[in-house]
Design a protein around this ligand. Structure first.
Ligand SMILES: *Cc1c(COP(=O)(O)O)cnc(C)c1O
Length: 458
């Protein structure tokens, strides 16, 4: 299997190369040359446990760059850290199923991809004798999941910038209580946007980037998408076994479009998904583009579901490339317009294609809280991100929907309390964080200070 950039060029990369590269040099995202068809395997796949299924799915994309035995070791190690034997257990409820994707070490669905990515990075780096210095900015979930993904790994350091005092207490503790030598928490006197901006400037300085072997773990990495594809098969095949007559529909709380794109990939591989229901919060760029064809940037507003408070939905470019029949000129035209005018308008036939795959709804803060309160009456406690997805499912025409639950409610105790009047019971691992020693470095909100710090510590 080879990979191509959404922006064109004839460069064909292997799986290992795209994992280490992250973003393509031309600014595009990598896609596999084709989606392997796998309907014929479904009778076997529906009986596999989660790591076995992950091996079967991922093998189709890895090619011969990693042996099957080696891939199995990486996958088994990645999911052994989950606190549920099933890895992604499902709970039935009136509206279908709630698929719990938050049983990893940081209690957010990002662990599913980042536990695997950390192990994969370590393996590829040791094999090639390279070193990687991951630099990222976080307002919460991604930072802690990334740190847990690479802590203690050989050949990798991670420098994670966060705005001092502006990350939720649980998430800040999750990051700063990791004492491994390869983990550097940088607490900046500024906002999340300041942190993100410094990271962008570091990556934009190609000399610095190359000489310091900078790498990223954001959701544009193909390996993250691939790892997430697995749970669509896992839950989807089991659902179809139980409900052969019912349409298979997933509801996905969406920010950067990584999670829902993984569902789209599963559909392209033959999983009979009828529709992917997208829920966005008040940062609704994706709901707007699906419903009107207009992709228009606006200011980020703070909501109850902070992991989805984004302005640009990076992975949307991948589906755009597909609905443009992989025509790079078409993708480039749209992306240039976005850069120059802050918006693009899709043609009618492309909007039709998108609407045949996705249905998208914007969910307000009030609706999020009301959904959480309503579910609480059925003895179901969900986090605000999950509630956005469930609310979107309820707005759709579908009766039984598999709703992806992306974070443990105890990660967002304030909103849960506001909505339901009760405190979520935190898992033991969260309760214990309070008593652990912490490690974090205060730095000025300044590019040079961060660049210098990284130089000194790699
Ligand atoms: C990142 C995140 C999302 C959004 O996922 P995308 O892949 O960015 O669309 C939803 N919920 C939680 C809890 C997250 O951390």
């Amino acid at each position: 299997m080879n990979y191509l950039s959404t922006r064109g060029g004839d460069e064909r990369l292997t799986f290992s190369e795209v994992v280490l590269a992250g973003l393509a040099r031309d600014g595009g995202l990598y896609l596999p040359e084709y989606y392997p068809q796998c309907s014929e395997f479904f009778p076997q796949w529906q009986n596999l446990n989660y790591p076995q299924l992950a091996l079967a799915v991922m093998q189709l994309y890895v090619g011969d760059t990693i042996s099957k035995d080696q891939l199995k070791i990486l996958i088994d190690k990645s999911y052994a850290s989950f606190d549920s034997k099933e890895v992604v257990p499902a709970t039935a409820f009136a509206g279908g199923e709630i698929l719990e994707l938050y049983h990893g070490p940081t209690f957010a669905f990002k662990d599913i991809a980042l536990q695997f990515l950390g192990n994969l990075f370590e393996f590829l780096l040791l094999e090639s004798g390279q070193q990687l210095n991951i630099v990222g900015a976080t307002s919460g979930d991604t930072g802690s999941a990334a740190i847990y993904g690479v802590r203690g790994k050989k050949a990798i350091n991670i420098f994670m910038l966060h705005p001092k005092g502006k990350v939720s207490p649980v998430q800040e503790m999750q990051m700063t209580t990791v004492l491994d030598e390869n983990v550097f928490n940088l607490s900046l006197d500024g906002t999340f946007d300041d942190c993100q901006n410094i990271v962008k400037l570091l990556f934009g300085d190609l000399d610095y980037r190359d000489s310091h072997q900078l790498g990223a773990v954001n959701s544009i990495n193909w390996a993250r998408i691939l790892a997430q594809t697995v749970y669509y098969f896992y839950a989807g095949l089991r659902f179809k076994q139980k409900n052969p007559q019912k349409p298979l529909v997933f509801a996905v709380p969406t920010g950067n479009f990584g999670d829902v794109f993984a569902g789209y990939v599963a559909k392209q591989m033959g999983l009979p998904i009828e529709k992917l229901v997208i829920g966005t919060n008040e940062n609704d760029i994706i709901a707007r583009v699906i419903n009107s064809g207009s992709y228009q940037l606006s200011d980020v507003v703070e909501t109850h579901s902070p992991a989805m408070d984004i302005q640009i939905s990076s992975n949307f470019e991948r589906v755009l490339s597909d609905v443009c029949d992989r025509n790079a000129a078409c993708v480039n035209t749209y992306m240039d317009a976005l850069k120059q005018q802050g918006e693009f308008k899709l043609s009618g036939d492309i909007v039709d294609k998108l609407q045949s795959l996705f249905v998208a709804y914007k969910v307000t803060n009030e609706e999020t809280v009301a959904t959480m309160a309503r579910l609480n009456q059925q003895q179901l406690l969900v986090d605000p991100h999950t509630a956005v997805g469930i609310c979107a499912a309820e707005k759709s025409e579908f009766e039984k929907v598999i709703c992806l639950s992306t974070a443990h409610p105890a990660k967002f105790p304030e909103v849960v309390k506001q909505a339901t009047g009760r405190e979520p019971t935190a898992p033991e691992a969260i309760l214990q964080l309070e008593n652990l020693p912490r490690k974090s470095h205060d730095l000025a909100n300044d590019l040079n200070a961060v660049a210098e710090y990284i130089t000194q510590h790699i």
